[in-house]
Design a protein around this ligand. Structure first.
Ligand code: CA
Length: 92
């Protein structure tokens, strides 16, 4: 069961340049159909490149105990669709 009172962080990282997290329009981001509660630009993995770190309310994610993948979708400021999928492990 997903803990509905928790927040789930998700980081957007782009390697290599010229694509960078700064090109992403944070207002267009969704993860498993949920909009982020807030976001910050920070170097999450300390590689010298700024990353976008989003926080989502787990209650709003379209995930259940059988979910194995999650997709993050967004647009760049230029209007280009970008998405990425990663595996998830739902722990009861
Ligand atoms: Ca980084």
């Amino acid at each position: 069961m997903i803990d509905c009172d928790r927040e789930m962080p998700a980081t957007v990282q782009f390697h290599p340049a010229p694509h960078g997290a700064a090109l992403i329009d944070p207002e267009t981001v969704s993860l498993a159909s949920a909009c982020p509660l807030r976001w910050t630009m920070e170097d999450v993995d300390t590689d010298g490149d700024e990353d976008l770190l989003f926080h989502f309310k787990t209650q709003e994610l379209s995930l259940d105990e059988n979910s194995t993948e999650v997709t993050l979708e967004d647009l760049t400021y230029a209007g280009t669709d970008i998405w990425g999928t990663d595996t998830v492990n739902i722990v009861p």
